[in-house]
Design a protein around this ligand. Structure first.
Ligand code: DP6
Length: 368
């Protein structure tokens, strides 16, 4: 019985692994690769580093990849290019974002003993820089594509570690489904999947309270965390919250998980708001959505909130309640838009940007 249930999963995984292998071989030969990755929403947040350069987090974190949102990135190395080129959503980029990408490519080039500059083209199907962790999907896709095009054969752990160096939360966008990122040293601080996307059909209903690009990015925010006296208390309790959240996740128990994720998010924002200088990511719509969530719950709608480094509110519920939550959220004055996503697969190589763009991406294990 267990055998017959497991068989299709094993077959799918085998096809996935085979497909990735052949794409890696082609990428190494052509010095060009395209990868797709999903952003993730953290249920237990990463905020503050032990080491800002290596992005070794102060506490462990736990998240869900967001399958309907994605970043698609193509990396091509070219000996004739005078320097790295970066195009994001069809716009050439030359500022700090290019420097961050070059620093990341340098890690790959050093490991692959490669000197060529690279052309990097990236497209996302969601608003970047507004509290949906766009850097997570961006650096996960960049890591997978840059390593493959450089001919490096990195396993999931090595890719998660590499992605972490670009953006901490990107480590959690490398494995599929629900992922945990552990503290540790440069070698051991990686993310692994604790459950596949199929484990639990949760929805993240992302209530956009502002599309504006945030003024203080996460990297600067992480550096400020240690100026808040509340950070020590938040970090001290993170492991216990993570265990409680993980247990509830594995048991598919949202009534147990919900209060933990709300507490964890509010603790992170309390740290942000009491940093020196203070960081206020919320706006008035953020607060209205929080209050509405409490009101809906009191009336019997099982939904819980979490908030990243921005004003947008992520409402977590089971799939069967998503349509109701969405229509209620759209009624709140000031809400600019609502996006919905279920759990997503791992960061992975794909045939090419043009064959994927505009299509439904699925869990990632079904790419042919
Ligand atoms: C609030 O991973 O964006 O979303 O490592 O500097 O790129 P950098 O920071 P980033 O931080 C994300 C913080 C968060 C919480 C989380 O995703 O765990």
């Amino acid at each position: 019985m267990a055998q017959s249930k497991l068989q299709p999963v094993n077959d799918r995984l085998e096809t996935f692994v085979e497909k990735q292998k052949s794409l890696r071989e082609r990428a190494a030969a052509e010095k060009q690769a395209t990868a797709i990755a999903h952003p993730n929403i953290a249920f237990i947040k990463y905020w503050g580093n032990e080491d800002d350069i290596l992005r070794l987090p102060a506490n462990p974190s736990l998240s869900m990849n967001l399958g309907s949102l994605h970043t698609l990135t193509t990396v091509s190395y070219d000996d004739n290019l005078p320097g790295d080129r970066l195009v994001i959503n069809q716009e050439p980029v030359t500022d700090a974002a290019l420097a961050r990408v070059t620093a990341h490519l340098d890690l790959v080039r050093r490991q692959a003993r490669l000197n060529a500059a690279a052309r990097v083209e990236s497209t996302s199907n969601f608003p970047i820089g507004s509290g949906i962790a766009s850097s997570a999907a961006a650096f996960a896709a960049l890591s997978v594509a840059a390593a493959a095009a450089a001919g490096l054969w990195l396993d999931e752990a090595a890719l998660s570690r590499l992605a972490r160096r670009g953006s901490g939360s990107a480590s959690r966008s490398v494995p599929g489904g629900y992922c945990q990122w552990v503290t540790g040293n440069d070698k051991t601080s990686i993310a692994t999947s604790v459950a596949p996307p199929e484990h639990w059909d949760l929805r993240d209903i992302i209530v956009i309270a502002s599309q504006e690009h945030k003024s203080i990015g996460s990297s600067d925010g992480h550096r400020l965390a240690k100026t808040a006296s509340l950070q020590a208390a938040r970090v001290a309790g993170a492991e216990a919250r993570l265990q409680a959240c993980r247990e509830a996740l594995l048991a598919r128990n949202l009534a147990k998980m919900g209060p933990v994720i709300e507490e964890d998010a509010v603790m992170m924002h309390a740290v942000m708001m009491s940093s020196r200088p203070p960081l206020y990511y919320w706006n008035t719509v953020t607060m209205d959505v929080i209050q509405a969530t409490q009101h809906w719950r009191a009336k019997g709608l099982p939904v819980y909130f979490t908030i990243d480094a921005g004003p947008n509110v992520h409402l977590i519920c089971e799939a069967k309640y998503a349509a109701t939550v969405e229509s209620e959220a759209r009624k709140i004055p000031g809400v600019e838009d609502v996006l919905i996503s279920g759990p997503g697969g791992p960061a992975r190589l794909v045939d090419s940007a043009s064959t994927v763009f505009g299509k439904s991406i699925g869990s990632g294990y079904n790419d042919r």
